[in-house]
Design a binder for this molecule. Structure first.
Ligand code: DPP
Ligand code: ZN
Length: 888
């Protein structure tokens, strides 16, 4: 396999400031003529283009080149032209593609009779030959010709400058994008699509046309996405001072899509999952997902498109920054604290696992085999935490100064993470030299903190000792790593739960919270003139993406859980109590002892349930018991099913001890949700953050209520399902999720009714398949296998694969079944899917990244499956890269 290294970067030998494209769409294949206006750099004569597509002919300045003038190398997907002029010249390249046969969903492909493209990162080379690297930017003009009946809509980037009819029932459209862009932002859509339009007036008074294209049947489901887009456009103007630049913004929804969405200039292409939403088919979480992804892709117009990446190693330059921006947008929209906690949960569940796995890599990877494998939680979510740390150090104003300088310096350029760091530093006179380590050192740091009171004259000092521990990762041993720089947000609480004042060294001001700059392997911070009793609140707001170790007593955690005014720290105190209780259960199970009881934790949870001043959405978060994958973050040895048993035992304890409170809380939340809706239509149960919070609280309680008496609950649900579920999908999903592990036949009947009701709603059928796959019932594998033959299941649809097989791979007791059946099921499908969609197959393969940390018996079973996968001669480089790293 060819490994690409960041250190080997060289500037392009040829630039392509202009590319003219002509697409002739025919029944079976599409002809593409690409005219590249090429500018050789520094006298270069050898031109290397990238392409993985059938070449028909090449012309140089209108003269057809003989086959001896170039060589095609399918191994590295290159076309080498050794004797090109040193003066500017054009190449016109004729290629042919078969979109119907393309199930990789990269390049030009067909879905339900329409054509779409996906070019990031290296899909353009499946359409034509081009340097196809992000630092070769140019202006694109695109003509599309096709049958007018079959393809009435013809779209590409920028503005439509011409269109009209041709012979034989064909028509054409010509699009011109005035902004230079890399090939990965190219897009084309052709098909029979419904249009929903709107408009937005920018802060400078320009009218921007908004166009959403969907299947005819889905057109009624785009209203929320359009509103979200307008909110995003407004927000980017107010918070970042950034205005949209073209006169039109188009979004196209497609059901076959590998990722969430793609920010192609002026022509976003979206997975239907992140555009279509109405209250009968989408949950509150789905609405929030649509809002966040619409925002994310819109924000890329500046952070990604106007300023792009020099090379793919710099991916986090645009992704980390844009995730940070969409997180901030969502936080400004509603429930900031809850959004922050959700982000942290996501990071800790998946990114920490990646950082602790053989796939660990820095935010800026140093090497890759297949770039598609590096659209990771590390690049995106840890990348966003890195951007957040600049913000924490500099504050909002300083951060915006940095952004301003970044755009002043780099608009229209392809740059690096160092350029971003330099802009932040130079705009603020802040030293971010050491901070560069966040881009080159992989693994999650651990902060070991201890605190002690010290007499200082008549006063007391609180001395915090902070030690940072950096882990070994496959790319670099800990011994080669250097201490990192990070913000540590802290406050001190007294025994009554009040925030106590303190002073800092050489500073006579009084503070009740501060941000310490951690930048050494071991260091001491002195907080002066503190009170007698101190409970520190540490890493407030999750101020750095690290593990925190501090020897709290359970009483101190209960104090913070009851009183901390930083919602993250407050939630985290509760999570630490829950983690400790589960860990104690695991130990007891291991040693064959009785399970311990947790009166202090139960009382703390009771207080939360009874607290009428708590926001419902936040209360729902406080009641979440960490999932297995979250618990494994810091562990070297994992016995998966034991963790599940320990966790389930704690859930049982909570369900029984707090049954009355849970029932009352759920009922109260339901009444509050209903309160202003008496006599109103069901359709009134639509998404809004307040009702979403009340519903989240109901369905935080409901599974625990079910657990208390499964038989009675399933009877009740069975009896009243229509009434409980009819208000909207959040209720329907909440009810079904709560009883989804119930062993009775009634559960099966309810799921069957659900499937029948939504047979023609592809996105709801994804929910059906994921319910089948996440159930903890004994027959889940059998049901998952049967679901493969369901008429609405399709192995070539990425959403379906993720819903059924991807969900199954996260179902701890079933994926990790001791007979190896779960591993075999997932491995079998990795092999099948790899034959036509390596990217999706590689995504599934990551489920095995626990290999080295898992107990020996299961480790052997996993290893056998992985070895069978790498033995396949035709295996894609995508899956090979992941599996070989896991096995190494
Ligand atoms: N660039 C896309 C996104 O993250 C992924 N292809 O928005
Ligand atoms: Zn993105």
């Amino acid at each position: 396999q060819t490994v690409k290294y960041l250190k080997d970067y060289t500037a392009p030998t040829h630039l392509v400031p202009k590319t003219d494209l002509l697409f002739e769409i025919n029944e079976q294949y599409t002809d593409v003529w690409a005219t590249l206006h090429i500018e050789p750099q520094n006298g270069a004569t050898e031109l290397v283009l990238q392409g993985d597509v059938k070449l028909i002919s090449i012309k140089k300045n209108d003269e057809t080149l003989p086959e001896t003038a170039y060589s095609l190398n399918p191994n590295d997907e290159t076309l080498v032209l050794p004797n090109m002029p040193t003066e500017p010249f054009t190449l016109t390249i004729h290629t042919q593609v078969e979109p119907q046969k393309n199930k990789s969903f990269n390049g030009l492909y067909e879905s339900e009779g329409n054509l779409y493209t996906q070019c990031e990162p290296e899909g353009f080379r499946k359409i034509t030959f081009h340097p196809d690297r992000p630092d070769v930017m140019g202006e694109f003009t695109t003509e599309i010709r096709a049958n007018a009946d079959k393809f009435p809509v013809l779209l590409s980037n920028g503005n439509k400058i011409r269109s009209g009819s041709l012979n034989d029932g064909r028509h054409f459209a010509v699009w011109h994008d005035p902004f230079v862009k890399p090939t990965y932002l190219f897009a084309l859509v052709a098909g029979d699509l419904a249009l929903t339009s709107d408009f937005f007036i920018t802060q400078s008074g320009r009218r921007v046309v908004i166009e959403f294209y969907t299947r005819q049947a889905d057109a009624h489901q785009v209203a929320f996405a359009i509103e979200s887009l307008k909110n995003s456009m407004k927000w980017d103007e107010t918070r970042f001072g950034l205005e949209y630049d073209l006169d039109i913004y188009m979004v196209v929804a497609v059901g076959d899509f590998n990722m969430g969405a793609m920010e192609n200039k002026g022509l976003n292409i979206f997975n239907t999952k992140y555009v279509l939403a109405d209250s009968q088919t989408a949950t509150d979480a789905d609405f929030e997902g649509v809002e966040a992804v619409i925002a994310h892709e819109y924000f890329h117009n500046w952070t990604g498109n106007r300023v792009t990446c020099r090379d793919w190693f710099q991916l986090s330059l645009k992704e980390g920054l844009t995730v940070f921006r969409d997180q901030e947008f969502s936080g400004d929209r509603a429930s900031r604290a809850v959004r922050r906690i959700e982000n942290v949960k996501l990071l800790r569940t998946h990114q920490f696992a990646e950082d602790a796995s053989p796939m660990a890599h820095p935010v800026r990877p140093a090497s890759y085999v297949e770039m598609n494998n590096f659209y990771t939680m590390t690049v995106y979510e840890k990348g966003a935490e890195v951007v957040r740390m600049y913000h924490t150090f500099l504050g909002e104003e300083g951060f915006q100064r940095g952004m301003k300088l970044y755009f002043e310096r780099h608009d229209g350029q392809a740059v690096t993470c160092d350029d971003f760091r330099a802009a932040m530093a130079d705009a603020n006179g802040f030293d971010f030299e050491q901070f560069a380590l966040w881009y080159s050192q992989a693994g999650t740091p651990t902060l070991q903190i201890s605190g002690s009171l010290k007499k200082n004259g008549g006063n007391l000092d609180y001395v915090l000792r902070v030690k940072q521990i950096l882990p070994d990762t496959p790319d670099m041993p800990a011994s080669q790593k250097q201490a990192m720089m990070m913000p540590l947000a802290i406050a001190l609480f007294n025994e009554n739960g009040e925030k106590g004042a303190f002073k800092l060294p050489n500073d006579d001001n009084s503070y009740n919270e501060t941000i310490l700059i951690v930048n050494q392997a071991e260091q001491e911070f002195v907080l002066r003139e503190v009170q007698q009793s101190v409970t520190p609140s540490l890493l407030r707001g999750f101020s750095a993406p690290v593990h925190l170790q501090f020897d709290y007593t359970n009483e101190q955690l209960a104090l913070l859980l009851a009183h901390d005014d930083d919602e993250f720290a407050r939630w985290e105190a509760g999570q630490t109590l829950l983690r400790r209780a589960i860990f104690a259960n695991e130990t007891a199970l291991q040693q064959g002892n009785d399970l311990p009881q947790n009166p202090l934790l139960i009382q703390a949870l009771r207080n939360i349930l009874n607290d009428n001043n708590l926001d419902a959405a936040f209360k729902a978060m406080l009641l979440q018991v960490p999932a297995e994958a979250e618990l494994w973050g810091e562990r070297d040895h994992i016995n998966p099913v034991q963790t599940t048993m320990a966790r389930e035992a704690l859930l049982d304890e909570i369900a029984h001890a707090l049954h009355g409170e849970l029932l009352a809380t759920a009922l109260n939340a339901r009444e509050s949700e209903n309160a202003d809706k008496r006599g109103k239509e069901i359709a009134f149960y639509e998404y809004n953050p307040k009702d979403a919070g009340l519903r989240a609280l109901q369905y935080a309680c409901f599974p625990l209520i079910h657990r208390f008496d499964e038989a009675a609950t399933i009877e009740q649900v069975f009896e009243h399902y229509d009434e409980m579920a009819r208000k909207n999908m959040t209720h329907e999903w909440g009810v079904l999720s709560s009883i989804n592990s119930n062993a009775s036949a009634k559960r099966d009947e309810l799921l069957a009714r659900f499937a029948a009701k939504f047979d023609h709603q592809a996105l709801v059928m994804d929910k059906y398949f994921s319910l089948i796959a996440c159930s903890r019932r004994a027959d889940t594998l059998v049901q998952a296998q049967a679901a493969l033959n369901h008429p609405r299941f399709a192995l070539d649809n990425p959403n379906k694969v993720r819903a059924l097989i991807g969900t199954f791979a996260r179902n701890v007791p079933h994926f990790h079944a001791l007979d190896g059946s779960g591993y075999a099921f997932v491995a079998q499908h990795i092999k099948k899917i790899d034959a036509f969609n390596p990217q999706v197959a590689a995504g599934l393969a990551r489920a095995f990244n626990l290999l080295k940390r898992i107990e020996p018996q299961r480790q052997a079973l996993m290893r056998a499956e992985l070895e069978a996968i790498v033995a396949l001669p035709s295996l894609s480089k995508d899956v090979r890269e992941i599996v070989e790293k896991i096995l190494a």
